[in-house]
Structures are given as C-alpha cells and as structure tokens.
Design a protein around this ligand. Structure first.
Ligand code: APR
Length: 296
C-alpha cells in the first residue's frame, strides 16, 4: 500500500483544507491564545456549543442527543485527544489535544508530546479520516524546544501511521519561516521505512497477518525509528530479542518502541545509536511488567 504523504507548510492552521486540524489546547478546552485562540475565532461560537462527537454515550436516556458544550467534553488531560466539528473552519473536524508544558525535559515531556501526536492520529484513524494537519504542539506558550518537538512529532507520526491506514496525508503547519525550515530539515533527514524484516507489510490496526512473528513486529517498529531519525540501531538484534522475550502484546510493544523512539529523538544526531541496556530494562519493566533474559 502506498505510504501516506508528509508535508511541511508555512501558514495558518485555521486555513488548512483537511479532514481534521489539531488544536494545541489547554485542559479546559474552552479556548485560549495562540493557535487555540485562532481556531476558536475562525470556527465561530458553535465550537463552544458542541455535540460531543467523541463520546459513545451521546444518546441520553430519553434518546435525545445530549447537547454538550466544549466545556462538557469533560476537559482534556495532557496527551489525550478529543474530536469536535469544525464549524466555520475549512476543516471538517477539530482534534483537540493538550501538550506538555516544558519543564526542562526531565518530567516525561517527550513521551507526553509523543502521546499527543499518537492519540490525535488514532482518533483520526478511528473516524476513517484521510488527512490531518498538526501545528507545532507545545512550542508556543508551553515553551517546548522547537527542533526537539519537531523530531518527536515527525517520528511519532511515522511510527503511528502503520496503525491508521485511512490517513493518507499529514501536514505539519509551521507559523513562520524558521519553524518551517526546522521541520523541513527534520523531514529531509528521514529515510522512509523499509518493509519489516519478514518482508510482510504489517496490517495496521487489524492485528498482524498470520505468521508474522513477535520479533518481526518489534523489528518493524525499530526500522520505523531508524527511518525517522536517519540512524542505525547498533544493537538492533539484541533489542528485538529482549523485547520479544518480554512481551508479544502489540500495545506493550508499541509503548516500548515509543519510549525507544523518544530516546533516539533526543540523542545527538548520529549515523549510529546504541540503546542502553538499563534503558531497555526500564522501559520493558514499565510497559511489559517483566524483564526476562533471552534463552541461551
Ligand atoms: N497557525 C499555525 N500555528 C500557529 C498559529 C496558527 N494560527 N498560532 C500559533 N501557532 C504556533 C506557534 O507559533 C507555536 O509554534 O503553534 C505553536 C504552538 O503554540 P501555542 O498555540 O501557544 O500552543 P502551545 O505552546 O501548545 O500552548 C498551549 O496556549 O493558546 C494557549 O489555550 C492554549 O493554554 C494553551 C497553550
């Protein structure tokens, strides 16, 4: 299947003619400054009066559609994503997500930012959307360093695209020339992923084809990371073995791979990178609950 296109544009998120634009919101979802303010202004007052498109219990007990205002969406926790209509925007939908506030990098900001991109893409995939536009989440009022955020955003999108086959176009919308240059540099340093080691194309989202081993699935994630950052994981086989021995659960594998991706994202750019054993133990313990040595 042809891979999705990734584009960098210098422009305004409110003008993007895509299925969904992503709004870098705050936990109240009531609007704010920056891109959030621009999106609410362009969408019009309807956005605050909103049928909650993301909740399954839209029907209240008497069958009437519950009228939910944005405020009744129940807010949004950092890393989560919620979807509403686009109203007067050219985009059909708005996916609201709350990025991390930058605190120096030691409070899990990278993982949380990655989660914003992942949950927004997954929400788009659940609704079968074909195109989505992201601003540079958290890099304004929330102070996240732009290049680091660009690497995490692009890398996470690449790593998540196999899960959301309906998405065929991702646009990174940059507010200004400098941001666009940074995103273009990050994107140009990326070699698109080779097929997974077994040569089978993983069927994203519907489980994996019969015969695709756990090691294949782990390897596919690592290849995505190598492609995203234009690097080579020096201890690739060891990393695959250690993860495949610890878990065969795709969600756990994805969480471990995302943590490894974040490590690579913040490592100094280099043709090769070694995944430290203690980091591997830590993320396996955190996401797979156990650390076991490979047989033999
Ligand atoms: N189109 C595209 N990008 C934009 C636009 C726009 N109209 N306006 C701002 N940006 C860019 C900023 O230059 C920055 O690079 O979006 C990026 C994110 O900046 P913010 O909008 O400040 O978002 P964030 O850093 O995630 O902070 C979120 O700010 O607006 C409030 O309610 C919001 O409290 C929340 C916080």
């Amino acid at each position: 299947m042809k891979e999705a296109d990734l584009l960098v544009v210098e422009g305004d998120i409110t003008e993007q003619e895509v299925d969904a634009i992503v709004n870098p919101a705050n936990p109240t979802l009531l609007g704010g400054g920056g891109a959030d303010g621009a999106i609410h202004r362009a969408a019009g007052p309807g956005l605050r009066e909103e049928y909650d498109l993301s909740r399954s219990d839209r029907e209240s007990s008497n069958g009437a559609q519950r009228r939910c205002e944005c405020r009744a969406l129940g807010g949004c926790a950092p890393g989560e994503a919620k979807i509403t209509g686009g109203y007067h925007l050219p985009a059909r939908f708005v996916i609201h997500t709350v990025g991390p506030i930058w605190q120096g990098g030691g409070e899990g900001e990278d993982d949380l930012l990655a989660e914003c991109y992942r949950s927004s893409l997954r929400l788009a995939g659940e609704r079968g959307l074909a195109s989505i536009a992201f601003p540079a989440i958290s890099t304004g009022a929330y102070g996240f360093p732009l290049e680091r955020a660009a690497r995490i955003g692009v890398g996470t999108v690449l790593g998540t695209l196999p899960e959301v086959p309906s998405v065929r176009l991702v646009v990174f919308v940059c507010h200004g020339r400098e941001a666009a240059a940074i995103y273009r540099r990050v994107l140009s340093g990326i070699h698109r992923r080779e097929p997974p080691p077994s040569g089978r194309e993983l069927v994203a989202g519907e489980g994996t084809p019969a015969g695709t081993t756990t090691a294949d699935r782990v390897g596919a994630h690592l290849i995505t990371i190598e492609s995203a950052y234009g690097t080579r994981i020096r201890n690739f086989a060891e990393v695959v073995d250690r993860i495949a021995v610890a878990t065969s659960d795709d969600r756990e594998i994805l969480a471990i791979a995302t943590a490894i991706s974040t490590f690579v994202a913040v490592s100094p750019p280099s043709p090769e990178v070694e995944i430290p054993g203690d980091l591997l133990d830590e993320v396996i313990r955190r996401f797979a609950g156990r650390v076991r040595e490979p047989e033999g």
